[in-house]
Design a protein around this ligand. Structure first.
Ligand code: GTP
Ligand code: SPV
Ligand code: MN
Length: 649
């Protein structure tokens, strides 16, 4: 295997010539930077002028030793995996085909919401204006000047001794009218290999750029701590100075200090949601933290449903659901992000802009999510899961799949782990698999359809241990937007929050809004005028607990019973009854055929008046404090209506 760094040393002079020749205004300093640089992979002349000047400017800033222009080929990927193995970043998992395990620095295991900023001239464009003394929780704002200073402070020379990879990628199928292109510059080969799974990456995208030249600028570095210390050579990062910046005005993302998931795979949360939502606002569509699934009923009628649940609250599981209800079939379009717009007939259509799954590993098993298990044991990069002595992986939930008398477990930190004895989890709670979507056995035939799939219903949901029923339906679009705005959920390990506090997470987008949430609500409300055929909106909760702290509802495949009711409601079947909070299934309307467990349906749908009074109070306080003047009047009216109905309960 040739060392990738030395792949094309002979070409260096010529490549530099090409870089230098193309400078908009020849700059001696810049030329000097470029003189020391080898283009070790790819050809500079494949870059469009706009891409080239973006690359050149960041070469000057970051001062990498080498440039690697990614083509997305198998060969390139093999070389990168080899390099990552040499660096100790990944180890092979010989039990499976082309699978790898990465162990991160323990200080770099999840998204960092508190260090994520949207940069606009006016603060009010990014976050609602809160009263003095109230800390806003709907995103963080920074001025473009402070952003520039933060970038200079961290990126100057940050890639010295490293290779800068140029990743051309498409969110959405290359060429779909709903797709968008990004260029990510990164010094992490792990990011390149992961982006190759999560997006359409490489040569076809560069070719596309030659025609349109529009792309989202994404700059990423794992960073180098200011004092020069590197705690873990196999996973360099700079947790102290980690920062994730977005400048919607010029479609620009800058991320420093973390190699993990949503912090570093910039097509995902940074582009597809934060920058994506600002583009969507301008262009009149929706960029949402939603799965997309296709469901066919026993009569052979197929519908598509999108659903927004906060991180680690069940999107991947619902998207790949294995229905227990006979005669139903579910197919997966996407498990995390939906880009949706109304077509000229008023039909809402969605694409999944991603190409892979970056899914939560713990809890995934043949009993909970067999389709995920059939997806993830080929061409997968696992991060922070435990490993087994026979070259496989392990995590909490896989106990039935491992013979502990024969197999030894090594935890995510590389330490021996013994079931029943070890006090810490084997896998990090936010450990993940990164697998190609096309490997999913139930991937939908239309998952790459350029026009998107038609959406008939939207579900909102979260982890609500008390008070919130299994499902309720919003009375109309405006009420549905209100329901999305009132979403709350227990915190999970997907971000840095501690404990299981119930947090407000409107639309499951709290960490991902690219602009003022009040304006986002206006935008959602305005969709009402785009169609006479609006999707129905529902709220679901798989996570209600009984007095003993046990889940009342079995969840997973049994959730097909809830989807069956949703489908019948789409057809306007008379199977719903009004309550103060919305419509719930009539007695016996939920199909419980063949369900083995005894379910306490009364408890599952009980609406305690005191709970809902408290809930109204919490929502009112949240709206007042967090959205203030930016709260649309229609949403305020919905809250007043809910309060009145709850009062009369
Ligand atoms: P992100 O990738 O972070 O956006 O998460 P996600 O929304 O895709 O969540 P995912 O489907 O990975 O589920 C997260 C956790 O919730 C896993 O541990 C699942 O086992 C658990 N879970 C998912 N669906 C259900 C359900 O219906 N009932 C219960 N009790 N747990 C569930
Ligand atoms: C989430 O947290 O919602 C994820 C994982 O999907 S990450 O890509 O890390 O944001
Ligand atoms: Mn997610």
């Amino acid at each position: 295997m040739p060392d990738i760094i030395d792949k094309k040393p002979a070409q260096y002079a010529g490549e530099v010539g090409r870089f230098a020749k193309n400078l908009a205004h020849p700059n001696v300093g810049l030329f000097n930077h470029l003189r020391g640089i080898s283009v070790v992979h790819g050809n500079v002349q494949d870059l469009s002028p706009k891409v080239r000047s973006y690359v050149e400017a960041n070469i000057e800033l970051c001062q990498p030793d080498n440039i690697h222009i990614c083509d997305g080929s198998d060969n390139e990927n093999k070389q990168l995996l080899n390099l990552l193995q040499q660096q100790g970043t990944i180890v092979p998992l010989p039990k499976y085909k082309n699978c790898w395990l990465a162990r991160t620095n323990p200080a770099d295991t999840a998204r960092v919401e508190s260090k994520t900023f949207i940069c606009t001239e006016r603060r009010a464009d990014t976050i609602p204006t809160t009263k003095d003394g109230i800390k806003g929780t709907l995103g963080n704002w920074m001025s473009p000047r402070d952003m520039d200073a933060a970038v200079q402070d961290r990126f100057n020379g940050c890639m010295k001794g490293r290779t800068m990879y140029v990743i051309p990628y498409s969110m959405g199928p290359v060429g779909s009218p709903l797709s968008k292109i990004g260029i990510e510059l990164t010094d992490s080969a792990y990011v390149v290999s992961s982006m190759r799974v999560m997006t359409r990456m490489g040569k076809p995208v560069l070719d596309k750029l030659a025609q349109s030249d529009e792309f989202v600028k994404c700059l990423h570095s794992v960073g180098t701590p200011a004092n020069g210390t590197v705690e873990m050579a196999s996973w360099p990062c700079d947790p102290e100075r980690t920062i994730i910046l977005h400048k919607p005005q010029n479609n620009e993302i800058v991320s420093y200090g973390s190699g993990y998931g949503g912090n570093s795979l910039l097509g995902k949360k940074c582009f597809a949601l934060r920058i994506g939502s600002t583009i969507a606002k301008r262009e009149g569509w929706l960029a949402e933290h939603m799965l997309i699934l296709g469901i066919t009923n026993p009569k052979g009628e197929k519908r598509y449903i999108a659903a927004a649940f906060p991180s680690a609250c069940g999107k991947t599981n619902l998207a790949m659901l294995n229905p227990t209800l006979p005669g139903y079939q579910i197919e997966c379009v996407g498990d995390d992000i939906a880009w949706m717009r109304f077509d000229d007939k008023g039909q809402l259509r969605a694409i999944n802009p991603e190409n892979g799954f970056f899914g939560v590993a713990p809890g995934t098993s043949y009993s909970s999510n067999p389709n995920a298990m059939k997806t993830i044991f080929e061409n997968t990069i696992f991060t922070n899961v435990a490993s087994t002595s026979d070259g496989g992986v392990f995590w909490e939930g896989m106990e039935d799949e491992v013979d502990f008398s024969q197999i030894k477990i090594t935890d995510w930190l590389g330490k021996p782990w013994v079931k029943g004895e070890s006090k810490t989890p084997a896998a990090h709670p936010n450990s993940r698999f990164c697998s190609p979507a096309e490997q999913c056995p139930i991937i939908d035939p239309a998952w790459e359809a350029p026009e998107g799939v038609p959406i008939s219903a939207i579900l909102f949901g979260g982890r609500r241990p008390a008070g919130v029923p299994l499902i309720y339906e919003a009375r109309d679009w405006q009420h549905g937007v209100f329901v999305g705005s009132t979403m709350r959920s227990e915190a999970t390990a997907a971000a840095e929050h501690k404990g299981k506090v119930i947090m407000h997470d409107p639309f499951a987008m709290r960490p991902f809004f690219g602009y003022n949430f009040g304006h986002y609500l206006d935008h959602w409300l305005s969709m009402k005028n785009r169609s006479t055929n609006l999707p129905k909106i529902f709220h679901v909760n798989w996570f209600r607990k009984d007095v003993d702290g046990k889940f009342i509802w079995p969840g997973f495949g049994e959730n097909s019973r809830v989807l069956d009711w949703v489908l019948r409601r789409i057809e306007n079947e008379d199977c719903a009854t009004e309550t103060a909070i919305g419509l719930i299934p009539k007695d016996d309307a939920l199909n419980m055929q063949g369900l083995k467990e005894e379910i306490n349906m009364k408890e599952l749908f009980h609406l305690p008046k005191d709970f809902w009074m408290e809930e109204c109070f919490a929502i009112e306080k949240y709206f007042k404090e967090q959205i203030g003047m930016d709260l649309p009047q229609a949403i305020d009216e919905e809250l007043k209506g809910l309060k009145k109905r709850v009062n009369n309960m």
